[in-house]
Design a protein around this ligand. Structure first.
Ligand SMILES: [Zn+2]
Length: 294
């Protein structure tokens, strides 16, 4: 087991005055901010979105909060875009500085912890967007909207967005491969490629894979998955709503997107399953604790 210090830099989240409120309120704020940037882009040119222009409007929105982000071209053929984290994983020595800055406590210059320590610091984000061959025009403005929504959701919900990246270090190494395989398995699409034919089969597979993990880790893992599914649901819904503003022109992509999310990704069905399974595990864990206490 590792001892973990987690830190989210101010450059990777909005100040509390902005991100205060319920999850629903924060999601609505991210929605409004995304719409505002999209509106500015459209008023500049509603057909062709330029990446320099997007960079300018995003900076205009977040620079006053000193947010650290870069827009990069998505070069992976498989993806239209993604939002990645700028993450520092630092070991013992830097924990000394971290503790000193945060608490004023000065740790001795020798490892005082018997177990290894890790200090994780989220510094900012990398927004990757697929560009046309000219290297300046955004390939599809609606997938850019999807990524912008992720960006604002991350800034407003730092706990949701860093859930996965740091918790994994808490557990013995032999679990991390399993952790990753289950985590990726959840995002598998219901296509021939993955040979998952139904939701029933999907649930059975996930539960089987999880059975080798301790209950506590299963809970952590499912909580991380739940966060990711929520954020993906936000981004896909946002993208679809934006496409629907121009229904005639976007008809084919609207149908494709709608069917892809409903049949291939099945985010909502997966989210329901994760919530139910979590309840089940938490109840079992409670029972276990009260049994041990008697
Ligand atoms: Zn996404």
């Amino acid at each position: 087991m590792y001892k973990i210090y987690r830190e989210i830099s101010n450059s990777a989240k909005f100040p509390l005055a902005i991100s205060r409120g319920s999850e629903k309120q924060r999601f609505n704020k991210a929605k409004a901010m995304t719409n505002l940037v999209a509106k500015k882009m459209d008023s500049y040119n509603s057909n062709i979105w330029n990446v320099k222009c997007l960079n300018y409007f995003l900076h205009e929105t977040v620079d006053k909060y000193k947010i650290n982000f870069d827009i990069l071209p998505e070069i992976n053929e498989k993806y239209y875009g993604s939002v990645g984290t700028k993450l520092d994983v630092i070991s013992y020595n830097s924990i000394r500085d971290f503790m000193k800055n945060k608490t004023g406590i000065e740790l001795p210059n020798i490892p005082i912890f018997k177990k290894p320590c890790i200090h994780i610091k989220l510094n900012g984000f990398e927004i990757k967007i697929k560009l046309k061959k000219d290297g300046a025009t955004i390939d599809d403005k609606y997938t850019a909207i999807h990524e912008i929504r992720h960006f604002f959701d991350h800034l407003l919900n730092p706990k949701l967005s860093t859930n996965r990246s740091s918790d994994i270090f808490k557990y013995p190494k032999e679990y991390s491969a399993k952790f990753e395989s289950i985590y990726m398995g959840v995002y598998k699409k219901f296509t021939e490629e993955y040979k998952i034919k139904s939701m029933k089969e999907f649930k059975k597979n996930i539960k089987k894979e999880m059975s080798v993990l301790p209950c506590e880790l299963r809970i952590v893992l499912l909580q991380g998955i739940r966060s990711r599914l929520k954020l993906e649901n936000n981004a896909y819904s946002h993208e679809l709503r934006a496409r629907c503003k121009n229904p005639i022109k976007n008809m084919r992509r609207i149908i494709h997107n709608y069917l892809f999310v409903k049949n291939n990704l099945q985010i909502k069905a997966k989210l329901n399953f994760v919530n139910e399974y979590l309840e089940e595990l938490i109840a079992a864990e409670r029972k276990n604790i009260s049994k041990n206490n008697h």
